[in-house]
Ligand binder design. Structure first.
Ligand code: FAD
Length: 486
């Protein structure tokens, strides 16, 4: 009998839990337990629509416990705080310390033993990296459904002021030079643009996209090359045309140093410092690992052995520091197994990337200003399923069964950035890339031109809406969920 513990019930952890339970069979002796501090699942991509008031929080979340009960998956509403990968003085099996946040046990702790562990804890939203950043400071966020609800409320007030004839400056973007998730800010800025137009107040609004990308269309993946009827174009040109068409200003290569009431301060790559007054600001935070500690059986601190300084967990990547020119697709992990432990995996945002994908840059003052690598939904789901399949094989065929593999240097990703959630007037900028991590040894442009595309139009919006319903159906483990790809 094997006990599998999955930390995190987001895209990667929830996917891992559902697939593992399906493969092991509901009535099997093996246990699958999910530990997560939130009682609800959130389809995070649709928080963008919550953030402009087109959807409410109930449209993007649902309670996890009934799904887990139905599927025979254990659920602890708790946050993991420490790992004991070699066991402790009482038991040689690995263990994880958790602190309850619900289920009537808030604040109490428990040590849960495991045979296999999946760390799918996602990001810590590091608002504290920039003074004044975030909903507890002076800017808004759409990272959680609650943050997005607050952003929508503030946007409504801004639109009211515009209707009353006032001019307003709205800033959307990245709240630190090392942020990731530029695609989300890009999508939000165009949704805001759409709302302002629908309200008939766009002419009085200054809309600014403030980003750590050195050029538009970088998206943390060093940009893309698209080919259309034999002509190649860059994602920079494609994106810049969208900005021009919709009158959205872009401030590039920016590291936000401080947010004050109504003023964002930032440094740019040329080393200059600037201040921009705003009436509405949605600025994403940089991400870090959630800060798990790790101990050996004697209680010695081995956190550094399992985790990178960023708090993300080390896996089977090549972490050797090397210059940009020497970065290779092969540096990226394939199995998500933690070195030294063939029963621990880290998937989704929780694993430590070997390096950036975007070219690293620093300002003239030496401040790092470059996007961190994105780990979007599709790769996160695929990694969760990959770890689940490896664990299944090891439970069924022994601990030496080969690991399944899924590298971001072979995986594609789709980013459908909607620009307004309306079936008739909505639109979307849809991008697909293959692979996420460019491989210049295989493709002259780093990516497969046949599978790396950018399209703009209403159909992209329909795709985004369909994905919203499809992924909620899948996450609720409804009929046929397993046939919906990650
Ligand atoms: C606003 C926004 C829009 C986005 N839009 C898109 C999009 O359109 N397309 C796309 O592909 N991607 C999008 N993304 C990215 C996508 O949401 C992530 O790739 C994905 O959620 C990562 O999955 P994950 O499982 O690693 O982390 P998450 O989905 O964040 O899940 C992490 C889980 O771990 C739990 N957890 C946290 N701490 C602990 C702890 N200590 N112990 C146990 N559990 C813990 C959390 O509660 C959560 O359940 C967007 C992201 C944002 C912020």
């Amino acid at each position: 009998m094997a006990d599998v513990v999955i930390l995190g019930a987001g895209i990667s952890g929830h996917t891992a839990a559902l697939h593992l339970r399906r493969k092991l069979g509901r009535g099997s002796e093996h246990t699958v337990t999910v530990v997560s501090p939130n009682s609800k699942w959130n389809w995070i991509p649709s928080n963008i629509w919550v953030g402009v008031g087109k959807m409410g929080k109930p449209d993007v979340v649902f309670p996890l416990e009934p799904v887990y009960r139905k599927k025979g998956i254990g659920f602890r509403q708790a946050k993991a705080v420490a790992l004991w990968p070699e066991g402790d003085a009482d038991d040689p099996r690995g263990a994880v310390d958790v602190e309850y946040t619900g289920q009537g046990r808030a604040g109490t702790t428990e040590r849960i033993r495991y045979d296999y562990l999946v760390n799918a804890t996602g990001p810590k939203l590091r608002f504290e990296a920039t003074p004044g950043l975030g909903p507890d400071g002076h800017s808004l966020s759409v990272c959680t459904a609650d943050h997005a609800t607050e952003a929508a409320r503030s946007l409504t007030e801004t639109i009211e002021r515009l209707r009353a004839g006032e001019e307003q400056t709205l800033v959307v973007g990245m709240g630190h030079g090392t942020c990731t998730c530029e695609g989300a800010a890009f999508e939000y800025v165009f949704n805001v643009d759409h709302e302002l137009r629908e309200a008939g107040v766009r002419d009085r609004a200054r809309l600014v996209y403030l980003t750590n990308e050195e050029r538009l269309g970088d998206f943390g993946v060093d940009g893309m090359t698209f080919e259309e009827q034999g002509f190649q174009t860059s994602s920079e040109m494609w994106t810049a045309s969208l900005f021009r068409e919709r009158g959205v200003e872009a401030i590039l290569g920016a590291h936000v140093t401080k947010v004050e009431e109504g003023v964002v301060h930032y440094e740019t790559l040329d080393g200059e410092f600037h201040a921009l007054a705003f009436d509405f600001a949605m600025l994403l935070p940089p991400f870090g690992g959630v800060g798990l500690a790790a101990y050996d059986a004697e209680g010695g601190d081995i956190t550094d052995r399992l985790f990178a300084p960023s708090g993300f967990m080390k896996v089977d990547a090549d972490y050797t520091a090397k210059p940009y020119e020497e970065w290779r697709a092969q540096d990226w992990p394939e199995t998500y197994q933690t070195p030294g432990y063939d029963n621990i995996f880290a998937v989704g945002i929780a694993f430590a990337p070997p390096h950036q994908i975007s070219r690293p840059r620093t300002s003239a003052n030496g401040t790092p200003i470059a996007p961190a690598p994105p780990r979007t939904g599709m790769p996160s789901g695929v990694m969760g399923k990959t770890a689940a399949m490896t664990i299944y094989d090891r439970i069924k065929h022994g601990a030496h069964a080969e690991a399944h593999r899924a590298s971001m240097a072979h995986m594609g990703a789709a980013c459908v950035a909607s620009a307004g959630a309306d079936l008739r007037t909505g639109s979307a900028a849809a991008m697909t890339m293959m692979p996420v991590v460019p491989d210049y040894a295989r493709y002259p442009t780093g990516r497969d031109l046949a599978a790396t595309r950018g399209e703009i139009g209403l159909s992209g919006h329909w795709v985004k809406l369909m994905l919203h319903h499809l992924f909620l159906h899948k996450a609720k483990a409804r009929l046929g969920w397993q046939f919906i790809p990650e």
